[in-house]
Design a protein around this ligand. Structure first.
Ligand code: GLP
Length: 244
């Protein structure tokens, strides 16, 4: 794993945007998994600008959504699906065949997990995963204590996730379960980028990078990834021990 620290959110976001762009440019048909959340907003917007203004020969990558709130419809502005449509899919006019998001409204979420796993397998696995870190150290909805061997799965949400997650919704939302790609995908992805911004994330970033490597803090598993990159702005890195 490689750690990089950037001056501020804008610089960090530009570097993440470049990584996504380079992936699309260097391998036609790349499979890219993207998280939602506040952190990636600027990076995705910059990526769409880069792709529009510096077109690549074959922009036909496949976008896989990292996670979704069970029972929240894609029309809800707080859903991961809405976020990815607004910030990536719609600006780039990605056709449906290039996009696979979890259907969190399905009556059979376990079947949805199997379908997602089959889809990813049919594409030859994930080339690039871009993820954030939750306030409890989660990646996607891989909550503390999750098994690291899981692929797509449904999981009960942590109290922290249920509370913090309200920030994405305009009214009170009932958040009980999530559907998510598992940590096995993260560890198998050819490249995995975890990025974080702001001092609010500094304590959990420190725990992930300097504490024990186990799923008590799921993001600590990034340190086992040979193609892993952790990218931070100075504020998110502010509690790290110098020389980490
Ligand atoms: C959310 C999502 C994650 C996201 C993380 C951080 O709950 N499930 O995929 O990366 O928490 O979100 P934010 O960037 O808003 O801090």
């Amino acid at each position: 794993m490689k750690l990089s620290i950037f001056d501020d959110y804008a610089d960090l976001s530009y570097q993440v945007a470049r990584i996504i762009y380079e992936q699309v440019r260097s391998k036609p048909g790349s499979v890219i998994c993207l998280a939602s959340g506040d952190t990636p907003l600027l990076a995705y917007n910059l990526f769409t600008v880069l792709l529009k203004h510096t077109p690549v020969v074959s922009p036909h990558f496949t976008l896989v959504g990292l996670d979704e709130w069970i029972g929240i419809s894609p029309e809800n502005k707080g859903s991961c699906s809405y976020f990815l449509h607004r910030n990536i899919i719609d600006p780039l006019l990605l056709p449906p065949e290039q996009v696979r998001l979890f259907n969190a409204m399905t009556p059979d979420p376990e079947q949805e997990c199997r379908l997602m796993d089959e889809f990813i397998q049919s594409k030859g696995g994930i080339d690039l995963m871009i993820v954030g870190i939750g306030m409890n150290g989660h990646i996607g909805f891989n909550e503390p204590g999750v098994s690291p061997g899981l692929r797509s799965h449904v999981i009960a949400l942590d109290e922290t996730t249920r509370t913090v997650g309200q920030k994405y919704f305009t009214g009170a939302a009932t958040l009980t379960k999530g559907i998510t790609l598992g940590l096995k995908y993260l560890l198998e992805a050819k490249t995995a980028v975890l990025f974080a911004s702001g001092e609010g994330k500094a304590p959990i970033v420190k725990a992930a990078l300097e504490g024990e490597i186990n799923t008590g803090v799921p993001a600590s598993l990034m340190r086992k990834h040979p193609g892993g990159r952790v990218m931070l702005d100075r504020r998110a890195a502010s509690l790290l021990t110098p020389g980490t």
